[in-house]
Design a protein. Structure first.
Length: 402
C-alpha cells in the first residue's frame, strides 16, 4: 500500500470514529443514562476540551517522536475510548463516559495534528493541494453521514452501537497506519529544549511569520462568527424562520454538501486560480452567507438559510485546504507539529467565546443584532486576508528548508 493511500484510509477511519463518537455521545447520555441538559453539557465539554488542552503538548511531541508511532497512539486512544464508552453505558457511569469522551477526542487531536505534519514528507510539494483536498473530502463525507448512521443505530438497536462502529473505524484506521513505513523522529532544537520552550518556539514562529499570522487571525475571526451562528441557529430556525425540526435539519445539512463540493473543487481551483483568490473567497463568501441568513425571515426562509449553510461550508473548505498547504510549505519540517498545534489551539480557544457571544447577544438584543455581529466577524476575517501578504500570494510559496 502506498504511504498516501494508507494515510487516506486512516483519515477516513479515524474521522468516521470521531464523528460517530461525537453523534453517539448525546444519544447515549440521554437515552441510556437518562442524563439531563446539565450532565449532557458537561459530557460535551469533556469532548471539546481535549482540542484545547491537548493540542499544544501534542504538537511538541510530534516534533520529538516518530510520527508513525504517534499516529498509532492517537488511533489506539480512540479505539480504547469507544470500548470504555460502551462499558460506561452498561454500568450507568456518566463520569466514565466523560472520561471516554475526553480520551477519544484526545486521540483525534494527536492523529489530526500528526497527519497534517506528516503529509509533506509523503507527497511532493506540487501535490500538496490535491492531497490535502482528498483528506478533507474523506472527513467531509463521514461528517455528513455519521449523525444519520448514529441516529439510525439508536433507533433500530441501541445508541451504544454507534461506539461499536466507531471502534471498527478506529481499528481499520490503525491497520492502514501500520502499513506506513517506519521513519525517525524529526531532528530539531526541540530535542534539547525544555517542553515549554519547545512549545514557545512554535508559537513564536507563527506570530513572527506574516503568512501564518494572517492565516491564524483570519481563522480566529471566522471561527468566532461560525460558532456564534451555531449558537443561534436553532432558535432562529424554529422561531423567525418558522421551520419545523425536520426542516431545520435539512437546511443545516446543506453545510455538509458545501464541505464536500468545496473539497472536490479545491484542487481544480488550485490549478487554475492564484492562492490569493481562494484565500479571499473563503471568508468573503461567508459574509454573503450571513447576509442570506439576515434576509431569510423576510421570505423564502428555508431556501436562504440552506444557501447560507452551503456557502459557509463551500468557500471556507476551499480556504482551509489552501491555507493548510501554505502552512505546510512555509514551516520547516521540525516545527510542523508545534506550528499546527498553535494555530489549532487559537481556533479552538475562540470557539466557545463565539458561541457564548452569539447566544448572549441574541438573548439581549435579538437575533438580528446577533447576525450582524456574525457578519462583522466574517468581514473582519476577510479584511485580515486583504491587509496581509496573503492577498499578494500569486503562487504557492517554496517549501521551507528544514
Amino acid at each position: 500500500m502506498k504511504p498516501f493511500t494508507a494515510l487516506l484510509g486512516a483519515a477516513a477511519g479515524t474521522h468516521a470514529a470521531d464523528q460517530l463518537a461525537l453523534a453517539t455521545l448525546p444519544l447515549t447520555a440521554t437515552l441510556v443514562l437518562g442524563a439531563g441538559p446539565d450532565v449532557l453539557g458537561l459530557l460535551v465539554a469533556c469532548q471539546s476540551a481535549a482540542w484545547l488542552l491537548i493540542s499544544l503538548p501534542a504538537g511538541a511531541w510530534i516534533d520529538r517522536a516518530p510520527r508513525r508511532t504517534l499516529l498509532i497512539v492517537g488511533l489506539g486512544l480512540g479505539l480504547t475510548a469507544s470500548i470504555v464508552a460502551v462499558i460506561a453505558a452498561a454500568a450507568d457511569l456518566s463520569l466514565l463516559l466523560g472520561v471516554a469522551a475526553f480520551v477519544g477526542a484526545a486521540g483525534t487531536v494527536v492523529y489530526a495534528l500528526t497527519s497534517v505534519s506528516l503529509l509533506p514528507s509523503l507527497v511532493p510539494s506540487s501535490d500538496l493541494p490535491r492531497s490535502n483536498a482528498r483528506l478533507e473530502l474523506a472527513r467531509a463525507i463521514v461528517s455528513l453521514a455519521a449523525p444519520f448512521v448514529a441516529g439510525l443505530l439508536a433507533q433500530l438497536l441501541s445508541p451504544t452501537w454507534g461506539y461499536g462502529l466507531a471502534a471498527l473505524g478506529a481499528a481499520l484506521a490503525l491497520a492502514c497506519i501500520l502499513a506506513l513505513p517506519k521513519a525517525p523522529a524529526p531532528q530539531s532544537e526541540s530535542d534539547r529544549a525544555s517542553f515549554v520552550a519547545a512549545i514557545e518556539a512554535g508559537a513564536r514562529f507563527v506570530v513572527r511569520h506574516q503568512l501564518l499570522r494572517g492565516i491564524s487571525l483570519c481563522a480566529i475571526f471566522w471561527n468566532f462568527a461560525f460558532f456564534a451562528l451555531l449558537a443561534i441557529w436553532a432558535p432562529l430556525a424554529l422561531g423567525p424562520l418558522g421551520l419545523d425540526p425536520a426542516g431545520m435539519g435539512l437546511a443545516q445539512s446543506a453545510y455538509g454538501a458545501g464541505l464536500i463540493l468545496g473539497a472536490v473543487a479545491a484542487p481544480i481551483a488550485a490549478r487554475r486560480l492564484p492562492p490569493l483568490a481562494i484565500l479571499i473567497f473563503g471568508p468573503a463568501i461567508s459574509v454573503i452567507a450571513a447576509c442570506s441568513f439576515l434576509a431569510a425571515p423576510a421570505g423564502h426562509g428555508f431556501a436562504l438559510a440552506a444557501a447560507g449553510h452551503f456557502l459557509v461550508g463551500f468557500g471556507p473548505m476551499m480556504w482551509l485546504i489552501c491555507q493548510t498547504t501554505v502552512r505546510q510549505l512555509v514551516t520547516p519540517a521540525p516545527l510542523l507539529g508545534r506550528v499546527n498545534a498553535t494555530v489549532q489551539t487559537a481556533i479552538y480557544g475562540v470557539r466557545p467565546l463565539g458561541a457564548l457571544a452569539g447566544g448572549l447577544v441574541a438573548a439581549q438584543a435579538g437575533w438580528q443584532t446577533a447576525l450582524l455581529l456574525i457578519a462583522v466577524s466574517f468581514l473582519l476575517s476577510t479584511l485580515v486576508i486583504l491587509l496581509s501578504p496573503l492577498a499578494r500570494l500569486r503562487t504557492l510559496p517554496q517549501a521551507a528548508c528544514a
